[in-house]
Unconditional design. Structure first.
Length: 379
């Protein structure tokens, strides 16, 4: 698979990056920090641009540059005539409509390069993150800093640091981590890390993002992740005619995705300790009969989730949220009974799962004890 699991071709339009720029709504703000942190993921704004038509034209020019792979110099050459015509080039006066303040600025090479770099790098980062977090399996991210004497010392110290992609560090320190930051991260599987000799860091690094950049810049829309996941499975399995019935069933299942989205939010609250336990799924009759339980509710506790996520990083919150889809009669391969609990083996979305469920002595509660996922069948 090569050195890195996620690579990008500079000869092809980066569709995700383009969509990131297109999705932003132009908003006029005199100062960059008038909107804070995550709001920049949805709003396109440039400090000291006070006319919406000018802002929209700059945004469109950046979208075109992203689509055609234009360098800064080419983009600047193309956009300069429009900026001059609009009166936003060289030394200009801009008025803060909220305060009436008049400020003189210089729209020069430095300002234009900051506009270009900021928007391109944030769009590229979101495109890269979406690809890295869509990978299946146990994925690790490795921080890469340019070692050319211009990199910030604290960013340079991060070079080579490798952490699981679900490590909280990435929530506010996924690059770029400051103005003109050129750092990136690359994704590797666990086996690739071992083969390359990468050491997985067990000590959380200190935060390195500057104040203006200390937010989640990955643009991972958790509310849409379930739909995206199901769509990807439909596209993948739809190419195989032998699985057409499966695809049709999955399309019907999408209507129930709202329930899984609700599960996802509940599981996040459970992970954060805001809830002690949640109802994860409804057990089908086949499983209820085996468990000899009085209830169809499958519960998940905060303690179990915390411990299990640490022991089995290949299983993420998305897997738990999809349990209503996973635990269906058609997916069950085998149910094995032990003295303490029942082991369920089932398959869905091209993966194999093993779950342990324990029913209380009074048969009034069923708890998920563990969940394991792998590509091959369990023996």
């Amino acid at each position: 698979m090569g050195q890195s699991m996620v690579s990008f071709s500079f000869n092809l339009p980066p569709e995700t990056n383009i969509e990131v720029l297109k999705a932003k709504k132009p908003e006029l703000h005199f100062d960059y920090d008038e909107i804070i942190h995550e709001a920049h993921l949805k709003a396109f704004t440039i400090a000291k641009v006070t006319k919406l038509d000018l802002l929209s034209e700059i945004q469109n020019s950046l979208i075109q540059a992203q689509s055609e792979g234009k360098s800064f110099e080419v983009w600047k050459k193309d956009i300069t005539p429009m900026l001059a015509k609009k009166g936003w080039l060289g030394k200009v006066e801009v008025i803060n409509k909220k305060t009436g303040e008049i400020k003189r600025i210089n729209v020069n090479n430095t300002r234009l390069k900051r506009i270009y770099n900021t928007n391109m790098r944030t769009a590229n980062a979101q495109g890269r993150a979406k690809a890295q977090y869509a990978l299946e399996g146990e994925i690790y991210l490795r921080y890469i800093a340019l070692q050319d004497g211009l990199t910030r010392p604290n960013h340079l110290r991060m070079h080579g640091i490798t952490l699981h992609r679900d490590d909280p560090f990435w929530e506010k320190n996924y690059p770029p981590n400051g103005w003109n930051c050129r750092c990136v991260v690359r994704a590797y599987s666990k086996s690739e890390c071992e083969r390359q000799g990468f050491e997985i860091s067990n000590t959380p690094p200190l935060p390195i993002a500057d104040k203006d950049w200390s937010y989640d810049k990955r643009g991972l829309n958790k509310d849409e992740s379930l739909d995206s996941f199901l769509e990807s499975k439909i596209e993948r399995f739809g190419k195989e005619s032998t699985k057409s019935a499966f695809v049709e069933s999955l399309k019907e299942t999408q209507e129930n995705c709202k329930q899984a989205e609700k599960n996802y939010k509940n599981i996040k609250a459970l992970q954060e300790g805001k809830l002690e336990k949640i109802t994860l799924a409804k057990l089908p009759q086949k499983i209820m009969q085996k468990l000899r339980t009085k209830t169809d509710e499958l519960l998940l506790s905060h303690t179990t989730l915390q411990g299990h996520l640490q022991r089995h990083p290949e299983v993420n919150l998305l897997d738990y949220s999809l349990m209503p889809f996973l635990l269906q009669d058609a997916n069950i391969i085998d149910i094995q009974e032990t003295k303490e609990h029942h082991i369920l083996l089932f398959s869905r979305f091209g993966k194999h799962y093993r779950a342990a469920i324990k029913t209380t002595k009074d048969k009034n509660e069923n708890y998920l004890l563990s969940l394991v996922k792998r590509s091959s069948e369990f023996k």
